[in-house]
Design a protein around this ligand. Sequence first.
Ligand code: FES
Length: 322
Amino acid sequence: MSRSHSHTFAVTVTAITQVTPLIKHFVLKASDGSQLPAFSGGSHVIVVMKGASRVHRNPYSLLSSPSDLSSYEIAVRRADPTRGGSVFMHDHVTVGMQLEIAHPVNLFQLDKLARKHVLFAGGVGITAIAAQLEDLKMGSVHYELHYSVRGPEHAAFADRLVKRHGDRVRIYHDSADQRIDIEGLVAAQPLGTHVYVCGPTPMIDRVIASARAAGWANSHIHWEQFSAPPVGEPFDVFLQRSNITLSVPPDQSLLEAIEDAGIDAPYLCRGGVCGECKCRVLEVDGVLVHNDNYLSSEEKASGALIMPCVSRAQGKKLVIDL
Ligand code: FES
């Protein structure tokens, strides 16, 4: 199922809190006063931010309880200023402002058949895990969270998590040299356990490698690793079916340039993981810069496919089947 900016609805920002030096927490309610659409732990929404010169569409995990649809909560880490979306949320969004968001989509679901859930989070990665914990709290299957942060001032939502989940949550502070024994924890789990991880790439890689080394099936290993679209060199793209040539500036993704031209391109994650935006490359005068975590190395090497949400071209011209 495709989602696009034409499937959004209006929400009003009802509270904003600075929860760490870099992270702000936003509470959103439906602007028409109705209940918000249902979602499950691990879901994200796309927030549409209409800036003065540009529309940003960023994915943010829903971290509130799926059982309370009176509001959604998201947390935004202030990132690279050249990309703009998170800076817009930090500097321009105020209480009472209206935003548009797309319906929630879950690309990071809990496995219903798991006999135990072990979750690992690093930094702002906790936002993808928080609502999963709420779902797990309602069930009867054992779960535990290991949450690593730089120091106490960076531990977003730590107090709230400990209050809600007690000793099922363990916080590790890098500043106090507290490290998660990922390998030891994974190796000690009973058969039928599923593992979930969201955080920095080295943490995700370690969890995946540990589980594989312990002989776990891939179906028991879950991670979320959205990439922000990186800046790059400007290039031109010709959309063959739409019969239009666009210029993609350095600080805009290919998908954003397509949308700015009024073309309704498919997407779900906007972070290079879901595959929804996959597009055939018909010609490239230069090289493709693949920044996604979806295509296999063989597909990337073939030069026949591109994920416009995060990937771009380096060279004079790109022709795609859109
Ligand atoms: S929208 Fe998900 S990979 Fe591009």
